[in-house]
Write a protein that binds this ligand. Structure first.
Ligand SMILES: C[S@@+](CC[C@H](N)C(=O)[O-])C[C@H]1O[C@@H](n2cnc3c(N)ncnc32)[C@H](O)[C@@H]1O
Length: 220
């Protein structure tokens, strides 16, 4: 696919800055964006500083190591972050899981399942059926955990991810500093005890909402 309409790559600080500015237009003001919440629920659920820094980091990482070919996202919502990742990384396969328990914008969802190599599994990541299906599509080079934010569910998603991640793969967790969901931060602290990974955090605490990315890099 040669579709470059969001961004092709971010290799320089200048490109990162302009990508961050682009993200502000997709984001509500509580997260550091330019939009007022309008009920349409088609805004980006990310802090521009954090997402631009994450994509920059992942881009550099894959240049040094190997390309991310297979991506798993637990918690797809309407798929906006998924689409942004898909612009930067040449995935051969994207698998996403969502039980669609939250309100989403149906048009946004439809737009974000198109034009990508996506397998969308509808159901809870805690269910046996979903876990068995995920095994069939594993291993994954990159995993984003952003589904249920309850402690026991996040631990479930961490267990799935540590079992299905490729050697040299990366697990990213969203909302590790979100005060509304303390279970995520607690689960992140548990993952950080796992010696098979090294860790990094990307956090911007300037806005009304805090989110924060935790990154776990599989050691060889
Ligand atoms: C914060 S949203 C995900 C946002 C998305 N990653 C993005 O950046 O655009 C969390 C999503 O997880 C889903 N979810 C909640 N509990 C789940 C579960 N047990 N299994 C799968 N998905 C779940 C919700 O339906 C919701 O769409």
């Amino acid at each position: 696919m040669n579709d470059k309409y969001i961004f092709k790559s971010i290799n320089t600080n200048k490109e990162k800055k302009s990508f961050k500015e682009f993200l502000r237009h997709q984001t509500n003001s509580e997260y550091g964006g330019y939009k007022i919440y309008d009920g349409s629920r088609n805004h980006l659920l990310q802090i521009p500083e954090e997402l631009s820094e994450l994509v920059f980091f992942l881009n550099k990482f894959q240049k040094k190591k190997s390309n991310f070919k297979s991506f798993l996202e637990i918690g797809f919502a309407s798929g906006k972050t998924n689409t942004i990742f898909n612009r930067f990384f040449k995935f051969n396969q994207i698998v996403a899981v969502d039980n669609f328990a939250c309100d989403i914008n149906a048009n946004d969802l439809f737009a974000n399942v198109q034009r990508k190599k996506l397998i969308l599994l509808c159901g809870s990541s805690s269910s046996k059926e979903i876990k068995n299906n995920l095994k069939k599509f594993s291993p994954f080079d990159l995993i984003l955990i952003d589904g249920s934010h309850e402690y026991k569910d996040v631990i479930n998603d961490i267990n799935i991810s540590t079992n299905l991640i490729n050697n040299k793969g990366i697990i990213v967790m969203h909302d590790i500093y979100n005060k509304e969901y303390p279970g995520v931060g607690k689960a992140w602290s548990t993952l950080k005890k796992n010696k098979k990974f090294s860790f990094k955090e990307i956090v911007c605490k300037k806005y009304y909402f805090n989110c924060g990315f935790g990154i776990a890099i599989k050691r060889k």
